[in-house]
Design a protein around this ligand. Structure first.
Ligand code: 13P
Ligand code: SF4
Length: 350
């Protein structure tokens, strides 16, 4: 990265001192992550968001839904700032509030809405989290999906999981002992979600038809090819990957799990990692004694995560030094109140 920009970021951060708290998701660029006070997966960042109540500014280097959650979880006097407002998430965009309300009507018409407990992945907008909070549900991340789904299933014996069908299916089938037939997929663009009332009545897990545009690109062939190329390779993937990928892999886990697994791996071992490229590159650099590679070279960065770059971070920090607070993410009060119920329920999971 440009040394002049690195110097400017360093100077601005030093000038701001304890008044700024910088959070960085593991998928952020190296040039940005070096300025994070805390790095983490979605769950750790949600836990840490409120860790510095004395800091008036929380700069969130990640994507929009994460910054919204941070705004909900931080104190009222704190402002959460997203260095580029264009840093969204294509998966979160796959479930809109109106679509989810419509889905709930379809469930009611099928006579099952009263049994359903909604669970939303962290990767969803604040108004979806508020919907889930209003209906007695819970938020989850990739590191606590099993606990959240167990809790919801024990409560209602039927779960609506938004918006990542892969995380939902992988957790239900590989961790909860459900069969593939227990899961149905609700398609928001089709009439009645493309499901009959009978299918909805029989299903234990109703999955929303959403996916991550990065992880969804790994295939079974990616796994087969790397196994053919690298004898003894361990395949380690994120649970947002398709079911055919996780069933062919050796280990599955959130970004934080992936990091810990590679730290504990013996020198000389080989690892093909199926997650975002910034993180895999950083892991390869951090472990020169291990053979760490990207699961499939045709898959690329998360383009929205990558929108937060050093120039945007410098502008953000320098604006704060100049007394200008820009790119604030502020969730409307009632939405925040309802969403907080579902987030607090997640943070309270055993
Ligand atoms: P985690 O941070 O929970 O591993 O999720 C990855 C991701 O895709 C975030 O957008
Ligand atoms: Fe969204 Fe996937 Fe990017 Fe995460 S990696 S922000 S889920 S598009």
């Amino acid at each position: 990265s440009d040394p002049a920009l690195v110097d400017r970021a360093r100077a601005a951060k030093a000038a701001l001192g304890d008044s700024v708290f910088v959070l960085g998701h593991h998928y952020q660029r190296d040039e940005v992550i070096q300025f994070a006070d805390v790095t983490g997966d979605s769950f750790k960042l949600a836990q840490m968001a409120a860790a510095r109540p004395e800091a008036p500014y929380v700069v969130f280097c990640g994507v929009h839904f994460m910054a919204e959650s941070a705004d909900i979880l931080t104190a009222d006097h704190q402002r959460v700032i997203l260095p580029d407002l264009g840093a969204g998430c294509s998966m979160a965009d796959m479930a809109t509030f109106d679509q989810v309300e419509e889905c709930w009507d379809v469930l009611a018409d099928a006579g099952v809405a009263d049994d359903v407990v909604p669970v939303t992945y962290m990767n969803s907008s604040a108004d979806i989290k508020a919907f889930v909070g209003r209906h007695g549900g819970v938020v989850c991340t990739s590191s606590n999906a099993k606990r959240a789904l167990d809790w919801a299933y024990a409560k209602g014996r039927k779960v609506l999981f938004l918006p990542d069908q892969h995380l939902g299916r992988n957790t239900a089938v590989l961790e909860m002992g459900f069969s593939l037939d227990d899961c149905v997929v609700y398609s928001p663009h089709r009439r009645e979600g493309g499901l009959t009332a009978e299918q909805l009545r029989d299903a234990r897990m109703i999955l929303w038809r959403g996916h991550c545009s990065v992880h969804g690109r790994f295939s079974k062939k990616s796994v087969d090819d790397v196994r053919a190329r690298v004898p003894g390779v361990n395949v380690l993937v994120h649970p947002e990957c398709r079911h055919e990928v996780v069933t062919a892999a050796d280990q599955i886990g959130s970004t934080e799990y992936i990091i810990r697994t590679l730290e504990a791996a013996p020198p000389g071992s080989s690892w093909a990692v199926g997650t975002e490229l910034n993180l895999v590159r950083r892991l390869a650099d951090a472990h020169p004694d291990k053979n760490v590679m990207f699961l499939d070279k045709t898959v690329c960065y998360c383009s929205t995560m990558n929108r937060i770059d050093l120039p945007h971070l410098v502008l953000t920090l320098e604006s704060l030094v100049a007394g200008r607070v820009e790119n604030v993410i502020e969730v409307e009060k009632e939405t925040a109140h309802q969403a907080r119920k579902a987030l607090d329920q997640m943070l309270a999971l055993p």
